[in-house]
Write a protein that binds this ligand. Structure first.
Ligand code: ATP
Ligand code: MG
Length: 426
């Protein structure tokens, strides 16, 4: 019979057989809950407790408004969420939200069953009712004291499924899979799962500030860094007062979409039009774009200082546009002391667009707007800006002071994926 027993499974011990088994729900199918498999967090050794605390907190934040959640950590790699009294629909909503919590690799909706082979077999058999094609049973024990081995469990259940539904067994490429996981106090039975985001829990790696245009790239860059455990704030420069507010609406919608991955996002909006005008009238011509970018970075650095962010994040990809040549990127790095993280640096546009589609930002980014950067684009753009030239321009304009002034004009928004109802804890 189909068996995948995992010898590395955690050997949590059963509490002397005294633990009461879970009550079957009214449907008789056992209580529906969410079981999640964790990824890299498992490797974190002595830091694991810290990671777990952060992840549990993030899970609770993401589940806000859904009702009472009971969270159990099982060994290093598994978290179980129960919502006593919740409907299957509510549990499905909880599972959906968990797909966006960084640090979780798989999300399964599972039936929680008493540690009794008859009850487990019954649920396993019923889980394939109406299915066609081949099947396999994968069993594993996190409680090694359970009286049957993984292969015995899989074998016994498989035989009953065959008998009940007449489906053929296919161990290598089954059309249907029944997973049976024997845990400390109960057994979990489920058919499939959906992939989560992977990565590390948000907040584990510190704080960053994302320079967020209304374009395709910067939201993807933000997602990538959140996935590596950065909690991020967002800074958008609008062309106001020389453009309409459309780019701000886009930035707002994008941040609300990204808020699903971290909860508690802050968006700062700075009207940049007059500063751009000032740069332009200093006669810098071909250097306009790089000088604008440097002023954005300086402003971001001043804001990051207030927010205690340790890095700036941009959606730059090498060679994608003229401001992203090696020389110009070097000139941008020179504008600030903080590290500039560019997670998309080696990606093609098509790869970035695929990611944007996957995280649900592409359609928003593709909405029309008037980008502040195209506002005053010179006819010819410098592809190899000289740092001394840029520094000289900035000295004339007192760019540092201008950056401080721009920060003081920033407007704060809190786009939340939960709507306005639930203010987030930051
Ligand atoms: P994006 O799709 O993110 O706009 P892009 O390919 O259009 O990127 P640029 O317009 O050169 O490239 O911008 C490079 C990066 O500079 C952006 O990814 C973003 O991090 C930052 N940036 C550009 N414009 C703005 C803006 N208006 N507000 C905040 N950051 C910006
Ligand atoms: Mg852009």
């Amino acid at each position: 019979m189909a068996v995948t027993s995992d010898s590395a499974a955690d050997t949590a011990t059963v509490s002397a057989g005294a633990a009461p088994g879970p009550a079957a729900s009214e449907s008789g199918l056992g209580e529906l809950c969410v079981l999640m498999k964790l990824g890299e967090i498992v490797l974190k050794g002595s830091n694991r407790k810290l990671f777990e605390r952060r992840l549990h907190n993030n899970i609770r934040n993401a589940a806000r408004g859904l009702g009472e959640i009971r969270l159990t950590q099982r060994g290093a790699g598994v978290i179980i969420l129960r919502m006593p009294g919740a409907s299957d629909l509510e549990v499905a909503e909880l599972a959906e939200r968990m797909r966006n919590v960084m640090g979780i690799v798989w999300v399964h909706q599972v039936r929680r069953v008493a540690k009794d082979m008859d009850a487990v077999t019954d649920i396993a058999v019923r889980s394939l009712a109406g299915r066609t094609g081949s099947f396999a049973v994968r069993a594993r024990r996190r409680d090694k004291r359970f009286p049957m081995t993984s292969s015995e469990i899989a074998g016994a259940i498989g035989a009953r499924i065959k008998e009940a539904h007449g489906l053929p067994v296919n161990l290598k490429h089954p059309d249907n899979t029944v997973f049976v996981e024997v845990d400390k106090d109960e057994v979990f039975v489920f058919n499939d799962g959906v992939p989560g985001q992977g990565g590390l829990p948000v907040g584990m790696s510190g704080r960053g500030l994302v320079l967020m245009s209304g374009g395709i790239d910067s939201p993807v860059a933000a997602h990538r860094m959140m996935r590596r455990g950065l909690k991020v704030d967002f800074l958008h420069f609008s062309g106001m007062p020389f453009t309409g507010p459309e780019s701000i609406y886009k930035a707002y919608s994008l941040v609300r979409q990204l808020d699903r991955f971290q909860v508690g996002s802050r968006l700062f909006v700075v009207p940049f039009g007059k500063a751009q005008q000032q740069l332009k009238s200093s006669g810098i011509e071909r250097l306009q774009i790089v000088a604008q970018r440097r002023l954005m970075l300086k402003t971001a650095e001043a804001l990051a200082d207030e927010l205690k962010a340790q890095a700036l994040i941009t959606g730059d990809a090498l060679g994608q546009v003229s401001s992203q040549t090696m020389e110009n990127l070097t000139a941008l790095d020179d504008a600030v002391d903080l590290p500039i993280l560019r997670p998309l640096i080696g990606m093609d546009k098509t790869e970035i667009m695929d990611q944007a589609r996957r995280i649900g930002t592409l359609t928003i980014s593709e909405l029309p707007d008037e980008d502040c950067c195209t506002l005053l684009t010179p006819r010819q753009v410098e592809t190899a800006a000289k740092i001394p030239d840029l520094r000289q321009i900035e000295k004339r304009l007192d760019a540092e002071e201008l950056a401080e002034h721009l920060v003081s004009t920033a407007q704060l928004h809190k786009p939340s994926f939960l709507g306005d109802a639930a203010p987030a804890r930051i």
